[in-house]
Design a protein around this ligand. Structure first.
Ligand code: NAI
Ligand code: MG
Length: 360
């Protein structure tokens, strides 16, 4: 029996609550299939850990994580621990040190999901964002000089290496080719006269190797507007770390809200484990009440299934989420329902089970 070793960092706030439901779904699929299983190891890292130990994870944490096939992460961050510490000392370290340079965020409006745009056809919102995930504006390079003095100066540098820029763009072209869809690059070369001029140039160069892929290129401000006014223009999209961060939140709003947004951090060479997580944070305002929406973390579990080569099960999970939304009977309060986190997970497992047994 194939055994997948998964490191679980459930994290803070609603992280553990929603991750439990993703695990429920993954275990159910493994049982229904019968040829593989998941072996979950929980790591108690996050802000609570930080308050006790003064660090977000153990010193050899990265060494321990290396042994796993994938990482399943809930959310990190909690009032009392500065956000730049919780983000940098856990999430960003993993993304960077494990060279998870591809961040994949599907923005697909499922049936039954709420879209705030009027007159939009459901099929028109179906984008796949591929965001650079290890450098760019989030490289962490900079300085803070003369802190607190009159002549205080802060530098926050964007770092765009040829290797880093080319590989993310190439990955996006490969994806667009595989899916038979267009590729849109989003940059800002008019104002960012080094980094984004370079980005556009590399996009142009790489596109020569993919004459079969239709391309478009927009400035980020125009892209933000077009995502609202004409979302169907966007199919596969490639962009930098910062722009991708912001635009995928716009995308999340278009495709049913933060309760449905999932993201995969992929190391395509599979030299290190990849990491799967809901896009939302730890939602301290509703933590501990058992009402966090688990659908985003369940969607990210479906990305994990895709990554392991079980695309049929990845799709099964998305179809089950869609059916759950259409039924409109078992949803959490953020989706105007009254169900608890675990009731949503249980209903989803029931839907999956009956659709599998119906197909046998
Ligand atoms: P947030 O995503 O945690 O919450 C924003 C709002 O959306 C809140 O009202 C929350 O209740 C609601 N919400 C979020 N996820 C939900 C879900 N699954 N079900 C129902 N409602 C949900 O963002 P916020 O408040 O800006 O950040 C809170 C903490 O989370 C901060 O410490 C922040 O640094 C951290 N954070 C961590 C992330 C990660 O681990 N990837 C990502 C974003 C924020
Ligand atoms: Mg974000």
């Amino acid at each position: 029996m194939k055994n997948y070793k998964i490191a679980v960092i459930a994290g803070d706030g609603i992280g553990p609550e929603v991750i439990d439901e993703g695990i429920k779904v993954l275990n159910k699929i493994a049982t229904l299939d019968g040829s593989f299983q998941f072996d979950f190891t929980h790591f108690p890292w996050g802000c609570e850990y930080y308050t006790k130990h003064g660090k977000m994870m153990v010193d050899d944490g990265m060494e321990q994580l290396k042994a796993f096939d994938a990482i399943y992460l809930g959310a990190v961050g909690f009032p009392g621990v500065p956000d730049h510490i919780s983000l940098w000392d856990l999430l960003l370290i993993i993304r960077k040190e494990f060279d998870q340079y591809v961040n994949i965020r599907p923005i697909k409006l499922l049936k039954g999901a709420h879209c705030p745009l009027a007159d939009v056809k459901r099929e028109d919102i179906d984008m796949l964002f591929i965001r650079e995930n290890t450098e760019g504006e989030y490289s962490g390079a900079g300085d803070w000089l003369f802190k607190g003095k009159d002549n205080e100066v802060v530098l926050q540098n964007g770092v765009f290496s040829r290797k880093g820029t080319e590989r993310i763009i190439r990955y996006a072209f490969e994806t667009a080719r595989k899916e038979g869809r267009s590729l849109t690059s989003i940059s800002k070369a008019n104002a960012l006269n080094y980094s984004m001029v370079f980005w556009d140039q590399v996009f142009e160069e790489v596109s020569a190797d993919y004459p079969d892929v239709e391309t478009a290129s927009y400035l980020v401000d125009a892209a933000a507007m077009l995502m609202i006014t004409d979302p169907k223009r966007f199919e596969v999209v490639v962009t930098s770390n910062l722009f991708g961060d912001i635009l995928t939140d716009v995308g999340a709003a278009l495709a049913g809200g933060i309760g449905l947004a999932a993201g995969a951090n992929i190391n395509p060479e599979r030299e290190f484990p990849s990491m799967f997580e809901p896009v939302h944070g730890s939602a301290p305002d509703i933590a501990g009440q058992g009402i966090g929406n688990p659908l985003a973390s369940i969607w990210s579990a479906s990305q994990m299934l895709d990554y392991f080569g079980y695309e049929q099960y990845g799709k099964l999970v998305i179809d089950a989420i869609e059916q759950l939304l259409v039924e409109d009977g078992t949803l959490t309060p953020d989706m105007k329902g009254t169900a608890s986190t675990s009731e949503v997970g249980d209903r989803l497992v029931d839907i999956m089970t009956s659709s599998i047994t119906a197909n046998i």
